[in-house]
Design a protein around this ligand. Structure first.
Ligand code: FES
Length: 246
């Protein structure tokens, strides 16, 4: 059951490339959340914007949760202006996150688009379990984010000239991994099914970026096409098995 809490800002930073980092003290949410789930954050002192913004967790640990976002709309810009000690209304966790298999030893993270945060949250969980982690991401996507990517993560940057066609780099890394977690738009994630051998269920888990509005399964804005029909990303996802997406 998601918790609704008045969180407090305990860290805040403006990163390169327009990203903002926000860490909130929210013990009730932190206790429940897993990588790949998301929170709904109120983004004003009043009612404009009325809707909370969905943000996937970047870091989870102890009594705090962190978020990485681009303040590209008035609500997120308001959130980026919060300072130490400010209150932020937060509800969560929502959705279905990543699951780390007990036998996993080599985890490949594939940034097939935004958001990067759930992959980094999963990296933290895997590193805590002494699992080797590699991240395939466009060089432009990770530029300026070195401070939030754990040092133990091996980053395979896809150079700018290959960004339009990153699949060769990703295909070369797939045989190394015994589990894969990817994030991006559903159409980009579906490409993964055509790299190398057909994926078996459980091998590749995908965070499908969808327009989440209510976060509660009410509005249908996050409907995502799956093999068995449309499902709400906010309640049935946002993490789906790749074999469900294709
Ligand atoms: S965001 Fe409203 S149903 Fe998913």
């Amino acid at each position: 059951m998601p918790a609704d809490t008045a969180a407090t800002v305990v860290a805040q930073a403006a990163l390169a490339a327009g990203h903002a980092l926000l860490t909130l003290s929210a013990p009730a949410v932190a206790r429940l959340a897993t990588a790949g789930q998301f929170a709904m954050l109120r983004c004003s002192d009043g009612w404009d914007p009325y809707l909370r913004r969905p943000l996937p967790f970047l870091r989870l640990g102890g009594e705090t949760v962190s978020f990485l976002f681009s303040p590209g709309d008035p609500g997120l810009a308001w959130l980026a202006r919060r300072r130490l000690g400010d209150a932020v209304s937060l509800a969560g966790p929502f959705g279905r996150g990543f699951a780390l298999h007990p036998a996993t030893r080599r985890l490949l993270l594939v940034a097939a688009g935004e958001p990067l945060a759930p992959l980094l949250a999963f990296a933290g969980q895997a590193l805590d379990a002494h699992i080797s982690v590699s991240l395939a991401a466009r060089a432009t996507q990770v530029a300026g984010l070195a401070s939030i990517i754990p040092e133990a993560v091996e980053v395979a940057s896809i150079p700018a000239e290959a960004e339009g066609e990153p699949w060769g780099t990703i295909a070369a890394l797939l045989p190394w991994a015994d589990q894969v977690a990817a994030a991006g738009p559903a159409d980009a994630l579906r490409h993964l099914a055509h790299l190398g051998r057909a994926p078996r269920p459980g091998l590749v888990q995908c965070y499908a970026d969808a327009p989440i509005a209510c976060g509660l399964g009410w509005c249908g804005s996050c409907l995502t096409e799956l093999r068995r029909g449309s499902r709400r990303a906010c309640t049935s996802g946002p993490v789906f098995d790749l074999t469900e997406l294709v």
